[in-house]
Design a binder for this molecule. Structure first.
Ligand code: SF4
Ligand code: SF4
Length: 388
C-alpha cells in the first residue's frame, strides 16, 4: 500500500480563498508521552513510536499550553501513551486550568491511585475518560497483553468517589463485539454516565493487526441492535455512543472536522500534528514546537495548510456536493489505502478504490482455521524498534 505519494506535496495549496485566515484551534491534544504500561493491539500510536525523540519537559509543555490558550483554544486533552507515567501531570493540569482551559484526562487508569487523583482534583482537572477493554478478564488481558482487569474496576470506584462523571471508553473489534451487552452491563456496574463504544479505527498498530481485528458485518449488526435495545431501556441514565467502523460505511468521516480546522495535536517530542496519524504521511514536513511558535505552526506551516479547505482536492471530491460535509474524509486513511494522500478516502463509494474496502470486509467473513490464524502484534517498545 505504501509507495506512490504522487507528488501531492507539490500540488497542494493553502486555503481555498487566498488570504483567508483560518479559525484558531479549539482543541489541543497534548500527547505527553508514548510510554504506556499496556500493549494494546489496536493502539493508534505510531508503530515507530520508540524511534521518536525525547519528551518535552515541563516548562516547554507549559509554554505550549499558554500559546494555545492565547490563540483561542478552549479544551485540552492530556493523553499518550499513558499520561499518568508523567509525574508532572498535576503541574500541567493546574497550569492549563489556571489559563481557563477545560481539562480532560484520557487514561487507561494504570497509575491512578488516591494520591494522584487527589492531586489532579486539586489541580482543577475537569474530566476523566477511562478506557477498558472488555467485560471478560480473558479478552481484557489478552488484547492489552497485561493483567489489568481488576484494576479498571478499582480505578472506576476511585473516579466516582472523587465526584467525577463516569465516562468510559471501550474499543470494539472482532474479539469483544459479541460481548457488547455484557460490556454495557459492566459499564453500568461501574457507574457509567457516558459510554463510548468506539469500533477500531485502522491506523498505527490497529492497521498492522487489521486482518485479525476486523469484525464481520453480522457481528456489527448484532452489536448495534443490542446497543439500541439498551438505549431505549436506559434513556438518560447512561448515554451510549456507538461509533461504526469506517470500513462498513459508504461515506467517510469528517476527519478532524477538516484538516487544520479545530484540532491541534502535539506529540511527546513536540511534533505538531494536524491529525493523530499525520506522522504516517510521507513528505509532510511536520513542524516542531522547538523550532516555531504555535501561531506560525497553525497559520503558516506547510503541513497545517496542506489539506486545509478544498483547494487540494481532486476528482471525485473536487466537484462533489458533499465536500463541505466530510472534507473528502481522512488524509491518512487515503494514503494508507491508496498510497496517495490527496485521493478521496476509499471509504467513500464514489472513490475508485472503494473496492479495496469491500475486499477487506469480505475477507473478515472467511472462516480461518486455527493453524492459519495470524497472531496479534502487540504494541511494545521491542516491536516498535523492530517494525517501525
Ligand atoms: S491504546 Fe492501549 S497501548 Fe495504546 S496508549 Fe492507549 S492504553 Fe496504551
Ligand atoms: S467524493 Fe469526496 S467529498 Fe464526495 S462524498 Fe466522497 S469523499 Fe466526500
Amino acid at each position: 500500500m505504501r509507495g506512490n505519494a504522487a507528488g501531492w506535496t507539490d500540488m497542494i495549496t493553502a486555503t481555498d480563498t487566498p488570504g483567508a485566515r483560518p479559525s484558531p484551534p479549539l482543541w489541543l491534544l497534548a500527547e505527553l508521552t508514548y510510554r504506556c504500561p499496556l500493549h494494546c493491539a489496536f493502539c493508534y500510536n505510531p508503530v515507530d513510536f520508540a524511534k521518536h525523540g525525547t519528551e518535552l519537559d515541563t516548562g516547554t509543555w507549559c509554554d505550549v499550553i499558554t500559546q494555545a490558550r492565547r490563540m483561542g483554544a478552549a479544551q485540552i486533552g492530556f493523553s499518550g501513551g499513558e499520561p499518568l507515567v508523567r509525574d508532572d501531570l498535576e503541574t500541567l493540569v493546574a497550569h492549563a486550568r489556571g489559563l481557563g482551559f477545560y481539562t480532560n484526562l484520557i487514561t487507561s487508569g494504570v497509575g491512578l491511585n488516591e494520591t494522584r487523583i487527589s492531586g489532579l482534583k486539586d489541580a482543577g482537572l475537569d474530566h476523566i475518560q477511562l478506557s477498558f477493554q472488555d467485560s471478560t478478564r480473558e479478552v481484557n488481558d489478552f488484547v492489552s497483553s497485561t493483567k489489568t482487569f481488576e484494576l479498571k474496576q478499582r480505578v472506576a470506584r476511585l473516579i466516582k468517589a472523587h465526584g467525577y462523571p463516569m465516562v468510559l471508553n471501550c474499543v470494539l473489534h472482532r474479539y469483544n463485539l459479541p460481548h457488547v451487552g455484557q460490556i454495557i452491563e459492566m459499564a453500568l456496574d461501574m457507574g457509567a454516565d457516558y459510554l463510548e463504544l468506539a469500533n477500531t479505527q485502522y491506523y498505527g498498530w490497529a492497521m498492522l493487526n487489521r486482518e485479525q481485528l476486523m469484525p464481520t458485518s453480522e457481528q456489527l449488526q448484532e452489536a448495534e441492535a443490542t446497543v439500541n435495545r439498551y438505549r431505549e431501556r436506559l434513556g438518560d441514565r447512561c448515554r451510549i455512543l456507538f461509533v461504526v467502523p469506517d470500513y462498513f460505511e459508504t461515506r467517510p468521516k469528517a476527519c478532524m472536522n477538516g484538516w487544520g480546522s479545530v484540532f491541534l495535536g502535539i506529540a511527546p517530542d513536540g511534533t505538531a500534528l494536524p491529525c493523530h496519524a499525520a506522522r504516517s504521511l510521507p513528505g509532510l514536513e511536520l513542524p516542531n514546537v522547538h523550532d516555531a511558535s504555535l501561531r506560525d505552526i497553525w497559520y503558516d506551516s506547510h503541513a497545517f495548510n496542506a489539506f486545509r479547505g478544498d483547494g487540494w482536492m481532486r476528482e471525485p471530491c473536487r466537484s462533489c456536493d458533499e465536500r463541505d460535509t466530510d472534507h473528502g474524509g481522512c488524509r491518512c486513511q487515503a494514503y494508507l489505502l491508496t498510497g496517495d494522500a490527496a485521493a478521496a478516502d476509499p471509504v467513500c463509494a464514489k472513490s475508485e478504490h472503494h473496492g479495496q474496502i469491500g475486499q477487506v470486509v469480505t475477507l473478515a467473513r472467511r472462516p480461518v482455521r486455527e493453524s492459519e490464524a495470524k497472531p496479534l502484534i502487540f504494541r511494545s517498545r521491542d516491536n516498535s524498534l523492530l517494525l517501525g
